[in-house]
Design a protein around this ligand. Sequence first.
Ligand code: SAH
Length: 340
Amino acid sequence: MKNIYGCTLEDLEKYFIQIGSRKFHALQLFSWLYEKRIEDYSMITNIKKEVLDSLSKEYSIARLQIVDVQEDTDVCKYLFELEDKEHIEAVLMRHDYGNSICISSQVGCNMGCKFCESGRRKKVRNLETYEMVLQLLMIEKLLGERISHVVVMGIGEPFDNYDNLIRFFEIINHPKGLAIGARHITVSTCGLVPKILEFSTFPLQINLAISLHAPNNEVRDRIMPINKAYPLEVLIPAIKTYLERTNRRVTFEYILLKDINDSDECALELSHLVKDINCYINLIPYNETNNLDFMRTNTVQIMRFYDILKKNNINVTIRKEFGGKISAACGQLRSKKEEL
Ligand code: SAH
């Protein structure tokens, strides 16, 4: 059975028309689901019982299970169990500007980035739209507070699950849905070029982040297999096309890995690579894991790297760190649970 939290407003309108009922029930239902947050169709008072009966035969209103919660001062991590007993994670971060949540888009990941914990387990399947929506809805409920910002940077490659991702955006952005402003939503990709181009025509002004992590093909090939399919001379023009079409700005994520991509030369080369691109660079201190061989760049070198970019007039920030104590790096909680 399909799940109601995977339906966009248009899907529901089509459904009500198709069963010979009224289109406006779609908006009423959205309001029950996302404004009043009911968990049972029987609480709906303005749609006839026969209509609700057929709805409940077609769409389940079941939620997911939260099987583990780990809390630290300004971060909280949730482990979800899906209907097929697979596990995914979401992380809540408290910023001074509001609560932001990092959600997963797939069970496992096929991109194989060498430094990333999530990629140690191959993709089992894409998340359905409702499984993405429910990460948000259920955490808001548990927290008793609004979530104002969403980043799709958890387990998985979101652009490898493009259609479900787009529907997720449509639901959470809709004023009668979760009403999260497009500019408060960010999606991160390792660089799937055809999808970057497709995304450049998507009407909502959602932020795009690119996991760059290297200033040249030689380094990028070593740590990110996707670079073989879409090397920098293909990726960078695609990003420029995206910028031309959307008039926006991109964020480049750059994890600093000791002795791999963190030298002064790398910083200079990176400055040249992005100098005529409207972008921010977000330097990410590497979150070390037990299973992998990569090490974090020390703070002194992080600052040198930062200074070189600054001197070259690049917009650069260093990512605030959350949750080192609670395995908050991408995929770590799930790995522990499944003892991979
Ligand atoms: N697949 C997408 C989104 C998920 S990963 C992408 O590649 O962008 C989200 C970000 O976390 C990526 O930039 C990824 O490279 C980074 N990341 C993965 N493992 C990390 C670790 N151990 N420490 C710091 N950042 C990490």
